[in-house]
Design a protein. Structure first.
Length: 462
């Protein structure tokens, strides 16, 4: 790495860690806000966002024609049009509020940042969504705007650490991170830049062999662990068998739905209950209580609406088809009623007025056959209960599913295939056909290090 590149990386680290440190006290204070104060803050931030979007982005000026930001109220949000990732990417050059940020410029910077992360134009952070569903998205924000997102992810853990020790620990909040290996994805960028207090991450990318992940975590002994759900289940096995030797204060699952079986195994292995963490590149962040399955979302940084197929709000207890996100901190690339295909089941609001909801995966993960739609966990459950299965991936076929799995030792493939066929028949699929093959490793997204577990026929994996 050249001297110039080191300077660019150090500038990135200094800007981001400094911004997170400055913003963190206010972020922690917001955790104690009441519903009235939150609503007033949301309204003011929303008005600022709309004014900036209309003035600076031709894309948003068209779709928000007739909106008066100065008179806008929270109740008016539901009347604004919905935007999709496809809309945003098609009109990317007009969707930002800085006319210098063309898609070509951002793509070229992104390509360099895979190995040499830096700030675009000396100020902007560039991220790419995982693309594991076949829909790739580019997201640009200033360093200060990204710090708002990073603070929302880490403030609960830092607040707990401060409460437990009576002040900020000397090393800050230290977290072992098993996530993306590339700095163009949010968890990968965090690992590259969070190298000093108030938050320090110990990177162990999910793309590494499990033995190397274990070695890195054992060497660092982080008191907190945050990992993709699938890797967390693997690490629980390593801890149980004595190869991993962590003494954790907290353990959290991110980015994927963790099954009840995996949750129990992780809790037993590490001796602490699992916290669910929801983080999207679009800026939406949520945390459950340790051992809980209902998440409270950071409503001061994003407004989330749980909607059905027609965009109408769903009542508490009913699973949504999508979530409409309005990001209140990114004024560079306004995200206003942006469609996420995640399925939330709302569960009212917190005492502070924030959305509470459980997350049931993505609506585009469902396996839709001619006669029935099947949630993929119906197929995955037998694999989750098999101790020899380290990781698995299930691809929908026209009449059933093909399973690829990383297996330890002896394993009766035909027996598991038969159980999966039985599960599909019970779900209403006539004469299901299930294939099974052992693999040495699963293909992973090169940016996120994720291996998508369930791939419907409609998905297009890059």
């Amino acid at each position: 790495m050249t001297t110039a590149t080191i300077t660019d990386l150090e500038l990135l680290r200094t800007r981001l860690s400094g911004a997170v440190g400055r913003q963190m006290p206010e972020h922690i204070a917001r955790l104690g806000w009441d519903a009235g104060r939150l609503a007033a803050y949301q309204r003011d931030r929303l008005r600022t966002l709309l004014a900036r979007a209309i003035a600076g982005s031709p894309f948003h000026a068209r779709r928000l024609r007739g909106v008066d930001p100065d008179r806008f109220e929270l109740a008016d949000l539901a009347r604004l049009p919905v935007m999709t990732k496809a809309d945003m990417m098609e009109d990317f050059d007009t969707a930002t509020t800085d006319r210098r940020l063309t898609r070509d410029l951002v793509e070229r910077h992104l390509a360099r940042s895979v190995t040499d992360p830096s700030l675009l134009l000396g100020d902007y952070v560039v991220l790419v969504s995982g693309g594991s569903s076949g829909r790739r998205g580019l997201f640009v924000q200033t360093a200060d705007e990204y710090a708002e997102f990073a603070a929302a992810v880490t403030r609960r853990g830092l607040a707990a650490a401060i409460a437990a020790s009576g002040g900020l620990p000397p090393d800050g909040l230290v977290i072992g991170m098993v996530g993306a290996g590339s700095a163009v994805h949010s968890s990968g960028l965090a690992c590259v830049t969070a190298t000093r207090p108030p938050v320090r991450l110990v990177p162990a990318p999910a793309s590494l062999p499990i033995a190397e992940i274990v070695r890195r975590l054992n060497a660092a002994q982080p008191p907190n662990l945050l990992a993709y759900a699938a890797k967390l289940a693997e690490l629980a096995r390593e801890q149980r068998d004595g190869r991993l030797t962590l003494n954790l204060h907290s353990v959290a699952s991110m980015s994927e739905t963790i099954s009840p079986t995996e949750r129990m195994a992780v809790t037993e292995a590490f001796g602490v209950p699992v916290t669910d963490v929801f983080v999207s590149t679009e800026g939406l962040v949520g945390h459950s209580e340790p051992g809980g399955t209902v998440l409270t979302f950071a409503a001061d940084t994003c407004i989330a609406e749980c909607a059905d197929d027609e965009g109408r709000p769903v009542p508490d207890g009913v699973a949504s088809s999508k979530v409409l996100v309005t990001n209140l901190h990114n004024l560079t690339q306004p995200i206003i009623r942006y469609e996420l295909t995640d399925r939330f089941t709302p569960a009212g609001t917190s005492e502070g007025g924030a959305l509470r909801a459980s997350v049931a995966g993505r609506s585009d993960d469902l396996f839709r056959y001619a006669e029935v739609s099947v949630h993929p966990f119906v197929i995955g459950a037998p694999l989750l209960h098999a101790p020899a299965v380290r990781e698995f991936q299930i691809r929908q076929t026209e009449h059933g599913a093909d399973i690829a799995a990383v297996i330890d030792g002896d394993f009766d493939q035909s027996a598991v295939a038969a159980v999966v066929e039985h599960s599909l028949r019970q779900a209403g699929l006539a004469r299901p056909q299930v294939g099974f093959r052992r693999v040495a490793a699963l293909d992973r997204d090169p940016m996120t290090s994720k291996a998508r577990r369930f791939i419907p026929l409609s998905a297009r994996i890059p």
